[in-house]
Ligand binder design. Structure first.
Ligand SMILES: [Mn+2]
Length: 396
């Protein structure tokens, strides 16, 4: 039997509409420390996107180091395995690799070759005491996988790497112990609810390509928690929502493997002291929404997105009015979600390639965008302002 805690997509250091999220991340990591103290897992697996940016600030990196050490102390016999996600800098994450190794923490940011130029598969295969293995795959863009031999074309390198890794896992695992594989990628057929394309890479990988033998595939990258492939693969989801569209429960997963049965998964909810709220759930008029904000409990902590029916164009000073409605309250105003009035059929946005964009003047491009976004024409006054702004910028 091997027990792991599976978590991913922490996004530490995320600035949320200019607000600092340290309090929420602190609350999450305090809960995680309590969870490992109670659950006593053999390993904690962190499946990528530890940081929100590839260059986190010094204070965020220090915060992470201090907190991870506290989590480790909460369950000293537990191993910790962390890999880089697409948001992390693989080389930055590995700076402290050798120091963490002394404390039972394995950091796998990248794929490396040994002194003979051969791919070092063993650095990805981490024995978890004598109970099993964690095979740790950092996020690597498909085009950046190393060549296993000269005649492997670029598009087959990922599959070749995974096949080589799989062979090595079979060689090492002579006793047939449970194997957890961790990876940060989007699997074909997963539900990408709430995934914001700006968060990067949604090239889907087909699970058949993963030729590494595993009993449980601990995945990161998709923030919506879900079990797929008959219970053998799971996204544990983000513990703290990264956007307003992640309006679903957030948790970490405790997984027990062994005895040849399917992995037993238990989700443990994470409480967020600063929930993300869209007010109201169904869009209302601007004035109605403003009065809802005025009535919002003074001491309640929340990030707020105002959900407004757009009759024409956004009212003047909309942001200021919403912020003023929340003056003196704890809640933090973030943004609007505009809904077009009259259930106008959503027209699909015009798609342009780079050449087409170059051939259109900035003002015309803005007008097209405006038409798509708000379903009406830009007024002459707005057009004039925009032209003036463009003139000022180009005269610099
Ligand atoms: Mn992520």
């Amino acid at each position: 039997m091997m027990k792991i805690i599976h978590t991913s997509d922490w996004h530490l250091g995320q600035e949320f509409y200019t607000y600092d999220r340290t309090q929420e991340h602190e609350a999450f990591l305090d809960q995680l420390a309590m969870i490992v103290r109670e659950e006593k897992p053999d390993a904690l697996v962190i499946s990528g996107d530890i940081y929100h940016t590839s260059a986190p600030s010094n204070s965020v990196m220090r915060f992470f180091t201090d907190r991870l050490d506290r989590i480790r102390q909460a369950c000293p016999q537990m191993q910790i395995i962390m890999t880089a996600g697409n948001h992390d800098s693989s080389s930055r994450l590995e700076i402290t690799r050798s120091l963490w190794a002394h404390l039972g923490v394995s950091v796998i940011g990248r794929i490396e070759r040994d002194e003979n130029g051969e791919i070092n598969y063993d650095r990805h295969i981490i024995p978890v005491s004598d109970k099993g293995y964690v095979v740790a795959m950092p996020h690597v863009f498909p085009q950046n996988y190393p060549a296993t031999s000269q005649d492997v074309p670029r598009e087959e390198r990922m599959a070749a790497f995974l096949a080589g890794l799989g062979r090595r896992v079979r060689e090492v695992n002579v006793h047939g112990l449970p194997v957890v594989m961790t990876a940060h990628l989007a699997l074909t057929g997963s539900d990408i609810s709430g995934h914001d394309a700006s968060r990067g890479g949604m090239d889907c990988t087909d699970i058949e390509e993963i030729s590494v033998p595993y009993d449980y595939l601990a995945l990161g990258h998709i923030h919506f928690a879900q079990t797929i492939r008959g219970g053998k693969a799971r996204y544990c989801g983000s513990p703290v929502p990264v956007s307003f569209d992640e309006n679903y429960p957030h948790s970490i997963s405790a997984v027990v493997l062994g005895n040849g049965s399917a992995p037993q998964v238990k989700t443990i909810a994470i409480d967020n002291p600063w929930p993300l709220k869209t007010i109201p759930e169904d869009a209302a008029s601007f004035d109605e929404v403003i009065s809802l904000l005025k009535d919002f409990p003074r001491r309640e902590k929340a990030y707020i997105r105002a959900h407004v029916i757009l009759e024409d164009v956004p009212p003047a000073n909309a942001f200021l009015k919403a912020s003023e409605a929340l003056a003196g309250k704890k809640a933090r105003f973030c943004t609007f979600k505009w809904e077009k009035a009259g259930n106008a059929p959503q027209t699909s946005p015009v798609r342009l390639d780079v050449e087409q964009i170059r051939s259109i003047s900035p003002v015309n491009l803005a007008m097209m965008y405006y038409r798509d976004r708000f379903g009406s024409e830009m007024t002459d006054g707005m057009k004039g302002l925009l032209e003036e702004a463009i003139r000022n910028v180009s005269n610099r």
